[in-house]
Design a protein. Sequence first.
Length: 365
Amino acid sequence: MTDVTADQVAEELRLSPLQTLTVCTLQARMLLEDIDAANKPKVRASKRRASYRFVSDAFAAAVPDDQLDWVPQELAGFGTRSGREQVEIFAGLATGLAGQVEKRSAALVVLVELLTFSPWDDGTHWEKKARESSLNKAASELVGLREGDLKAATQELESLMKALRRKSIKWGRVAAATVVGAGVGVATAGWAAPAIGAAIGGTMGLTGAAATSAGLAALGGGSLAAGGFGVAGGTLLLTGAGGVAFAGAAAAGTRFSPIASRTVAAEAVKLDLVARMVLAESPDRDEKMRRVVESLQERINDMSDTTSLLVDKINTLKKEKSATENENENLKSQIKSLKVELDEVRSATATLEVVRDRIPEMTSR
């Protein structure tokens, strides 16, 4: 039996820079078609603004240098274009780029990113028929896919959603987290190293360059920091970076981030689909599934540590509040924020546990 590490599993599923860009362009097209299908002017305007932000952030993360030889010429001078033009340019590249994703595992990872894509954190929903049409079109264009892959992946996602609902976990809030929390598109798939650094640094109470530097330092020069692009389909959790944000914040004694918790949960959902759609077809699938389970358990342990720290912090602040004669609004605010973060960490832990417990079902098939 081949000894496979979690990092090796993540590396096998890594997308190339061009495939990372492909995800972004397909998502941009989904947004454009969704906007066209929206009936209410206010909803359409809100979705249009969200699409501008998404594409701008996705471009910054997926195309760090527009002079690279793999970057389509249509993206020259992209930053000088209007938001509407940027979305249309991205969407216009989707068909051609999808036709170049020939490797089956890469095409399936792209499909998972599209299925779980949701760019809004305010309760906004997809126009159902437009989304279905966009996904069908993408599935037909991704040459590495087989007929029936979209249906199978959709059924797997629905099955997982039912399991999460039994745990009172709302997917909408989870799905939007990776867009809002990372500052890049969910599936810029990229989680380019600077973006990861900024996201992790943000949980330490830092912003800008300081957040990026601290976050990359926390990564310790591992495969993510070295590789940069292409960590998609939930494989972020296999590298250990999913727990770094919490471990780093805990070690520093600084604040935690509810968004980071939801990001971990969202990545767990993607990893479930990738395990079922991609790893299940591998010759050494049982070994790879074991690595996935082990990684998920490590993330669960990280979350448990975070939960304990948050509970201790809340109790400490409550004692301080009780010892204060006058009403202390600052303490009340801190306690309230920490309780929200504690709820999010517990929700993320429950999501990880659901996904972990579903993996043995596949190895017994």
